[in-house]
Structure formats: C-alpha cells, structure tokens
Write a protein that binds this ligand. Structure first.
Ligand code: PLP
Length: 388
C-alpha cells in the first residue's frame, strides 16, 4: 500500500471518541460508568420532528435535493435568522449541511489554503485545528485565561494577527468552556477583524443553550460590515436533540455562499433528504422542547456548579452556555490524559481530557446526563480530587 497523504498524517484522531470507546469497553465488562463526557443531549428528538421525517419518507422524499438543501428549509432558516437574530439573509445565502461539523469544514475549506493562518482561541472545540490542517492552513492557537472567562480579547487577537491571517474562529456559546461573549466583546473583536478583512467563522451551534443573564448575540448581527465578513455555522443537533440526524447550516455573504454549496455538491451532495423535512418541522413547530431542555440543563448546571465550587483544589468558572464545565485541575499536578485515565479506571467517571481542547491542566465535564448520574459522578470526582 502506498503511504498516506501528508495532509492526513498531520491530523490527530479525536480524543473525545477515544473516551467514548474506553467507556464502552468498561461497560461491556459489566462495570457501571458515570458518563460526564457526553457531547449531546440525552433526550430523544421531539415526536413532531420524527413524524415530519416519517411523513417525508412515506411521501417518497427519498431522492437527491439541491446541494444547498430543500428551498423550504433554506427559507425557514433565513426566517429563523431574522426572527431570532435580526439578521436578513436571502435563502440563497443558506446552505443546509450534514451537521454543524460539515458547516465548519465547508467554510474552512472554502476560505483557507496553504500559507494562511487561522486564529483559534484555546480552549477550542477539538475539530477546528484539524479542519484547518486538512485545508492546508496553519492553526494559530491563542491561549485564553480562566480569569478572563476563557474568552479571547481584542488585544490578544490583534497581537496574534500576521499578514498571513485569514480567519478567526469564534464559538459562542463555547465548547468546552460554556463561555458566552457579550455584544461589546464581539464588537471589539469584530473591529479588529474589519481592520484587516479577517474572515470570522462564527460557530453558534449552542445558541439556544444560554443561562441566567447571558444572552446569545450573533457576531453577524453587530453590523452590516461584520455580517459581510462572517460565516455563521450552526446546527440542529444540540437545540433539538437531533445529533444523529446530521443537520446543520451555513449563513454566508453572497460572495461566499455558492462556494460552500459547491464543495458540498462534490462531497456529500446534500444533507439527507427526509431528515431535512424533520429540520423544517423543528424550526416551524412548537419551541417548548427547547425551553424545557434549557430549564432542565440550568438546574443541572447550578447543581454541578455548587458541588464543584466546594472542591478545594480545583477551579471553575461559571459557564453561561452549552452543557459543559471546564474544570481547572492544575493543582492536582497531573496531565489531563493521565487524570482522565485514573478517573475512569479507578473511580468509573468518564471525562474528557483538556488536552483535546488545547489546555492540558483541565478536564471537561458535561451535564447532558441525569441528575442522579451527575450526583454520583461528581461525588466520585470529588473523592478523586481530594485524594490528590
Ligand atoms: N461546533 C461545536 C462547537 C460543537 O461542539 C459541535 C459538536 O459537538 C459541532 C460544531 C458539530 O456538531 P454536529 O454534530 O452538528 O456536526
């Protein structure tokens, strides 16, 4: 067999997937594992969404669609952006994708190439650096601090910029930290981007999961100039508990949108046809599921916050969005992978090592699991921390 391409040699496998596999292996041996490593809501997809996909199947909606998606869904997404985010997009600017992941990858592939740099604030979602490398570009990691709520500042952005900078990725609400940028913070970052025409990939997949006084603001809604410099990457998985449906979308400037659809037309063709009808029902149907889920997650978030704050040798920032805590474990003196291995094998708690997100002194705990599992999991996590 010929050797693999240098492109793929540069890419590291997903550490989050590795944790899932280890957990499965332990469970297969009959062990009870408290899973705090998940990245998806544990609830089932609402019935009216499933029903819409069943109906589409029964009606024979089983053929290719246009690469950018069925017109009704593109219109529905444009309406959503207008209603929720006060953003005017023509449906032509929307491309329905096979998940938020494809939305991000299409964007990076369409905009970046050899010689380009992409600024990634760390901690970052695992896939961004690898997507940048797959596109032949260089990730430029900018460390954020717990003290600043794990958010990049305009000054840091400016300092990291070089003549090669092509793009910055902003993920708010963020995975793994739950950080939510304020309008002022986004405006300051946007100003820096505008000064050098840096494209902004704004990953807003956790938009619906914000808590307390925090408010989701779309980077594109700050000003028309920023809308023209931003590609919104979004998805249905987290808000409607549809991760396995693989549905997301991009909303892009007119000059960029056709390129995103073009990539898709030569790779996956279109998001699964009958699934697109489910997404349409998600947008058009009652939003009570989203509100109930957010309320439920807020209860868990506050529960976990109280428990984690009571552990003396770790540090947490109150997350304002998504469904994760990024716990600073530097006082324990362990590398995150080692820490998670011990936590899993000895205490039967699954967590994701911070190294996966570019921060080796932390672990990510997620609260997309029941309060009972959270309670037992955090009790064991506390025992583990106190024993170090
Ligand atoms: N963006 C972020 C920040 C995520 O956390 C995820 C999934 O975990 C995605 C994008 C991809 O989501 P999808 O499952 O829709 O591809």
């Amino acid at each position: 067999m010929e050797s693999l391409s240098s492109r793929i040699e540069k890419v590291t496998p997903s550490l989050t997937l590795a944790v899932t596999n280890q957990t499965k292996a332990l469970r297969a041996q009959g062990e009870e594992v408290y899973g705090l490593a998940g990245g998806e809501p544990e609830m089932d997809t609402p019935d009216h969404i499933k029903q819409a996909a069943f109906t589409a199947l029964q009606e024979g909606k089983t053929k290719y669609t246009p690469a950018a998606g069925i017109p009704e869904l593109r219109e529905g997404i444009a309406e959503k952006l207008l209603t929720d985010n006060s953003l005017a997009y023509d449906p032509k600017q929307i491309c329905v994708t096979s998940g938020g992941k494809q939305a991000c990858f299409n964007t990076i592939l369409a905009m970046c190439e050899e010689g380009d740099e992409v600024i990634l604030p760390a901690p970052f979602w695992v896939s961004y650096p690898e997507m940048v490398r797959l596109a032949g570009a260089e990730p430029v990691i900018v460390e954020t601090t717990r003290q600043n709520g794990w958010k990049i500042t305009a000054e840091q952005f400016e300092e990291a910029m070089t003549p090669k900078t092509k793009m910055i990725v902003i993920n708010s609400p963020g995975n793994p930290t739950g950080a939510v940028y304020t309008e002022e913070e986004l405006a300051a970052l946007g100003e820096v981007a505008l000064s050098e025409d840096i494209v902004i990939l704004s990953d807003e997949i956790y938009e619906k999961l914000v808590y307390g006084d925090a408010k989701h603001v779309s980077m594109a809604s700050i000003s028309e100039e920023l809308q023209n410099l931003t590609v919104i990457c979004h998805g249905f998985g987290k808000a409607y508990s549809m991760t396995g449906w693989r549905l997301g979308y991009t909303a892009a400037p007119e000059s960029v949108a056709p390129a995103l659809a073009k990539i898709q037309s030569h790779t996956t063709s279109n998001a699964t046809t009958f699934a697109q009808y489910g997404a349409l029902a998600a947008l058009k149907g009652p939003q009570t599921f989203v509100d109930d889920m957010r309320a439920e997650y807020d209860v868990r978030r506050q529960f976990l916050l109280g428990r984690l704050q009571a552990i003396p040798n770790i540090k947490v920032v109150e997350p304002q969005g998504a469904f994760y805590f990024f716990v600073d474990c530097s006082e324990l003196g362990l590398k995150s992978q080692n820490l998670c291995d011990k936590l899993l094998t000895r205490y039967k708690v699954a967590a994701v090592p911070g190294i996966a997100f570019g921060h080796d002194a932390s672990v990510r705990l997620s609260y997309c699991t029941t309060l009972d599992v959270l309670n037992e999991g955090v009790t064991r996590f506390e025992e583990f921390c106190r024993s170090h």
